[in-house]
Design a protein around this ligand. Structure first.
Ligand code: HEC
Length: 126
């Protein structure tokens, strides 16, 4: 029979693992009913990390990811459309930003272009 403290720690561990799995599979927010096709794409693929308004989601924070603030014009204005397109298509890994996954396998170029346009039009912070 293992010692009592060991059983206690094991039980606490199981509870924590369950909580993390539960939170990880919590459904992401749904797009508004009048969403444009690009906004639907954003909600389908990006919202889990970047959040509904582009300034990062609690889920990303929980997993210690720092996706930055895509709705901050100081950040996005300095980036070219080409750069935005490439980072969505190829992911951040080739340019030393490994947190950002690649979507070239899931999304055709036309949809990535739509997403870049959508990022440019994200509601701006004051
Ligand atoms: C698994 C989480 C995750 C998902 C899903 C995700 N991203 Fe990211 N993204 C990140 C992280 C983390 C970074 C920051 C990378 C860094 O700076 O190291 C990032 C960075 C970016 C950047 C900015 C790069 C820069 O240099 O400032 C853009 C643009 C971007 N993501 C767009 C998107 C789009 C569009 C989608 C949906 C197709 C998407 N992301 C989906 C995690 C994610």
């Amino acid at each position: 029979m293992p010692p009592r403290w060991f059983l206690f720690l094991a039980a606490v561990g199981v509870v924590i693992i369950n909580l993390v799995v539960f939170v990880a599979f919590w459904p992401p927010p749904a797009p508004p009913p009048d969403a444009s096709p690009a906004q639907r794409l954003y909600f389908a693929h990006c919202v889990t990390c970047h959040g509904p308004s582009g300034n990062g989601s609690w889920r990303a924070t929980l997993f210690l990811m720092r996706p930055g603030d895509l709705s901050d014009p100081r950040r996005t204005q300095a980036l070219s459309d080409e750069y935005l397109f490439d980072i969505v298509k190829q992911g951040g890994a080739p340019i030393g930003k490994p947190g950002m996954p690649a979507f070239g396998f899931y999304l055709p170029d036309a949809e990535i272009q739509d997403l870049v346009r959508f990022l440019r039009a994200l509601p701006r912070k004051e």
